[in-house]
Write a protein that binds this ligand. Sequence first.
Ligand code: ATP
Ligand code: MG
Length: 591
Amino acid sequence: MKLRIRKDRGACPVPPNLGDYAETCRSFSWQTARTWLDGLPGGGGLNMAHEAVDRHAAGPRAEHVALRWLGRGGEREDYSYGELAAETSRFANALGALGVAAGDRVFLLLGRVPELYVAMLGALKARCVVTPLFSAFGPEPVATRMQIGAARVLVTTEALYQRKVAPIRDQLPALEHVILVDRTGPVEAEALAPGLLPWSQWVPSASSDYRIAPTDPETAALLHFTSGTTGRPKGALHVHEAIVTHHVTGRYALDLHDDDIFWCTADPGWVTGTSYGVLAPLSCGVTVVVVEAEYDPATWYGVLQDEAVSVWYTAPTAVRMMMRAGLEMLADYRFPALRFVASVGEPLNAEAVVWGEQAFGCPIHDNWWQTETGGIMIANYAGVDIKPGSMGRPLPGVEAAIVRRDADGGVAVADEPDVEGELALRAGWPSMMRGYLDEEARYRKCFAGDWYLSGDLARCDAEGYFWFLGRADDVIKSSGHLVGPFEVESALMEHPAVVEAAVIGVPDETAGQLIKAFVTLHQGHAADEAMRRTLLGHARKRLGPAVAPKFIEFREQLPKTRSGKVLRRLLRARELGLPEGDLSTLETDSR
Ligand code: ATP
Ligand code: MG
């Protein structure tokens, strides 16, 4: 496995925005970064939608394509910045006509159709608090989130409304207006109960002139629910000021340049799909490709090739699915435009980083952040060497450290390299969450002094690269060793037969915990005793007997959240016969 991928900045097709890491960190300040944005006219504060849309619409990029929508049925629609400004203003005016005011909660339950983006940005113009929900959620998760968020407005389709909201409508007393997107045909007027409004009758006739009212940068903008990997999802509240981080990370971590065609595969129902599927790239004025269809390797390779995507942001689970589909599939495709590929959401094993070079001609740049951090905090950059398997280095302006919590609520910061501990960030970057909705105590527990504690364990090497070990809840204590699941999983995934692995601790009288791995195999490999022995032997050789798994169980699939994260807590609960906990975000499952 490669220990380092060297970047020759002179050989980059376009000079990277972040060329000299040390110098940029030294000279960077958030105050200066704030001046890269426009601000509302007349000193009216800072509004995400103005930065993402209106300022480009009012300047030389008015005709530039902002959104390129590729529909499931082969449809294709382009929206220039000028058009997006007009559409979002119409939506903001339509909200105003309903009496919806600043601070009101607007929920979006839609597939990836243009109206989702128009409604999100229009509601931000109106200074509402927006929550995009993943459209594949069932009624239960929809109800819980809409109750927690006290949704006043919902934008959805008639079909989604009938299936997911109508059965729980009586549990949503705050919900007053439901706008039904009717792009596939008119909603039957008589089928409309009071409070249900067809988009086509309400939005297009509204005026396309809208002046965003003064917006204090601390005004609430987005309420995002976490993925629910470790337990019940939390509602993290973000403010308009977060656009400063979005913009800076768009430039530095995703290396966006004016003429880029950018595709983020995440659904806006997850924070990645909003921060990077909408706000960051639009704030940089680039073209955002929106793909309505779900993952399928042929569709994805086709989009990358045919749309000439130059910067692509995806997730480890997708990368591993593509690896499973095999390099042969890629023989029919060419990606001459593709310049930069990044991934987030789960640890990206070194194997996958390097696979990107073979498959797409560029390594995959891992980066780390959370719903709570609102934007990318640690990253591998276009112009900086990659150490495959590492999450990279902190964003300029972000101070990251490895800390140990002490008994009285304080923390000690590790001052040596390679110490294992909790990954912490010094509070104060613009997109830091401002609270968990209605969970003040839980929010406070995230901080010790001015450190934000991420709940993830990591180490930092002598060059300042951070290495993920596992979530604090997932770490295993075996015979006096603290074992991070990622290390064991990565070693298993180095074996050519293994696609994915998830590791948990099972109680043992002598060792405290023993390590058990759940493994999925590439097609053509038998999940039998011989394979089990081979993998146990391989892991022992790679990791040593203390850290290698003692048990291996084969699975067709691993249980995952809908955002593609392995649910180790569910594997653990089932193994130990414990309650399964909140499963509202469970996607794939096979026992
Ligand atoms: P919940 O907080 O509800 O349990 P979640 O933590 O999965 O869910 P998100 O905010 O979507 O919700 O995910 C952030 C977490 O994802 C991080 O804390 C980390 O554990 C994991 N993660 C994200 N990016 C990376 C990465 N590059 N490497 C390793 N882990 C990552
Ligand atoms: Mg979390």
